[in-house]
Design a protein around this ligand. Structure first.
Ligand SMILES: [Zn+2]
Ligand SMILES: [Zn+2]
Length: 257
């Protein structure tokens, strides 16, 4: 059984075939998906909830992507708090810093990241962190506002951030990027990190793994990334999938009602 720890199922690219796409994921052996509640900005943070409500194997997060940090108003933090009480919402995020695209001013990104980390701690929920070209500052902010639990998603950072994340008890999630022939250093991180900290994701509709590279990505393709990383680590795909699933349940425990 495979787990897709990070998917954007609300994306308009799935509007024409969302049900068929989810059926393909199920048929490929995917038994859990976390759909990310960013939407196209802070007014759409609830976008994953209706999908999670209509599928018992799908869960949601809520939060503001660093790209949208400039759009955040004070009322959005209370909105996060309110949506996070939903029984299927298991995490805050994705949030973080993206100094590659710089779609929002860096000062806004830092502030919105910090505020969401504080909220996650107050709500006792894990955080999903997006970081690109911002390893040092991500580490700095995580040292200042130490989250209780969390994941660095779509990990593409260096060894230093990997070791820091592992040191504070975080999980590291690999997307299809790890299957790209150019991603040798990343493959080495995926090979060496402890088995009780690894997660696998698609980040669909982006970043389809080999052999689907360049196409629209979807949750069923997490099977390809799992097989690739299992090979790197010298374990069977089933063993890695079981481990990733147990890790998912530890970092994103279901809410007991
Ligand atoms: Zn991301
Ligand atoms: Zn994402």
């Amino acid at each position: 059984m495979f787990v897709d720890s990070h998917a954007h199922l609300d994306d308009p690219r799935f509007d024409s075939d969302r049900d068929a796409m989810l059926q393909r994921a199920w048929d490929a052996g995917v038994r859990k998906i976390l759909t990310i509640g960013n939407g196209s900005g802070p007014d759409e943070m609830g976008c994953g909830i209706p999908i999670a409500e209509s599928h018992d194997w799908i869960y949601a997060s809520v939060g503001v992507h660093p790209h949208d940090a400039a759009k955040v108003e004070e009322r959005h933090y209370s909105k996060i708090e309110q949506l996070a009480r939903h029984p299927k919402v298991l995490a805050i995020g994705e949030t973080g810093l993206d100094f590659y695209y710089d779609n929002s001013p860096r000062e806004a990104q830092r502030e919105v990241f910090r505020r969401q980390l504080e909220l996650a701690n107050a709500l006792q929920l894990p955080v999903i962190i997006h970081t690109r070209d911002a390893d040092a500052e991500t580490e700095e902010i995580l040292k200042q506002v130490r989250p209780q639990r969390g994941v660095i998603h779509c990990f593409t950072s260096g060894d230093k951030l990997a070791d820091f994340a592992l040191g504070i008890g975080f999980y590291i999630s690999f997307s299809g990027i790890v299957t790209f022939p150019s991603a040798k250093a990343l493959a080495e991180v995926a090979r060496r990190i402890p088995s009780d900290r690894i997660l696998l994701e698609t980040d669909c509709p982006y970043l389809a793994p080999v052999p689907h590279r360049g196409k629209r990505n979807e949750p069923g393709f997490v099977a390809d990334t799992t097989r690739f990383v299992a090979e790197l680590r010298g374990v069977t795909p089933d063993a890695l999938a079981a481990q990733a699933s147990a890790n998912f349940d530890r970092v994103f425990p279901p809410k007991t009602s």
